[in-house]
Design a binder for this molecule. Sequence first.
Ligand code: ADP
Length: 406
Amino acid sequence: MNILAINCGSSSIKYQFVQMKEKKEKVLAKGLIERIGKKSSFQIHFINGRTVQKKGEVKDHRKGLRKILELLTNKDNGVIKDISEISAVGHRVVHGGEKFVNSILIDDKVVEAIHIYTSLAPLHNPPNLTGIEISLSLLPNVPQVAVFDTAYHQTIPPRAFLYALPYEYYEKYKIRRYGFHGTSHRYVAQKAAEFLNLPIDDLRIITCHLGNGCSITAVNKGNSIDTTMGFTPLEGLVMGTRCGDIDPGVILFLMEKEKIGPKQMNNILNRQSGIMGISGVSNDIRDVKKEAQKGNEKAKIALEIFTYRIKKYIGAYSAVLGGIDVLVFTGGIGENATDIRGMICEGLEFLGIQLDKRKNNKNTQNEIRIISKKDSSVKVLVVPTDEEKIIAQETWRIVQKLATRK
Ligand code: ADP
């Protein structure tokens, strides 16, 4: 079965085309189109063992998806003869509200519900929907599945998801903590248990997804029971350009002092804060590290604040779980930044976390591995995540379920 996984952002499309078999999958093609709608659009595709790079404007998402289908079916170096060889399409959808606790086959009702949740994710759900609508029109007879970032966190109990605001706002506007990166947290927790050859039902796992966006999840017996992102992906950890946890009083104070409205404030909190805001250098940890090594104090403190917040949440989630068996690092930073992992784990020996310096410093890419000492009671793992591949796997799972039900 060939699955096309699509991740549509506001100006980008990431995709993966995967041949799925039981316990075996092969990525036939993958790639991305960036800066859609701009003259500076560019594309990178890995197809049939070749890399195809293209520059030049891709006007809109429809043109982008058409290009991807053309490449897949290209006579000379495509991977399929015809689009009829695409068995199903999986779509990343950021917000599924309280309705979707699992991935689901897309029909009119699902599309309508995703439209409704646009008010909760105004930046993310519209491009996701665009991808779905275009794909439904280009591939009308192919089953399409929505895979939600929020779904995995629907097992979080009310004591963790409700804010201490007047209850009417939860009833009126569904203001609550939803959590994001759910597909990644679910995947790395499962992979870690499989790798350790232990039943996930016996494990208390803390998963740290550290990329441009960062979040941590407490996983008990395979279920998310708390996570750091909230009503929006702004809460929790310090991120590339997002502030994470903040006293809401600061926001009111700043809006009054600087005479700024909600739009500008939103921009400050989402785009001008975090590592970028503190360091004044970059949102990329690698650049900030270089500056810190040169003695830039703001860069140094940015890294300290970033790792301190993560450490604090590992402590909090150990308490929430009643202990910890496995700590997982994933995402661009979690998978690659050895010294950041070292800074996070330093001082956590009292929890049973003992990092093995040599194993931690060995930087093997795209490989699941243990980086804790042999006698560390908490197993610390690096588990590469791959959002598009998870979407493909989820889509396969849903489509297969439907096939066996028929
Ligand atoms: P996204 O959240 O957009 O999927 P990624 O998970 O790819 O992003 O993470 C991107 C971030 O990962 C970069 O901003 C950078 O800070 C960090 N990163 C990537 N590679 C490395 C590396 N080799 N060393 C340190 N940090 C890295």
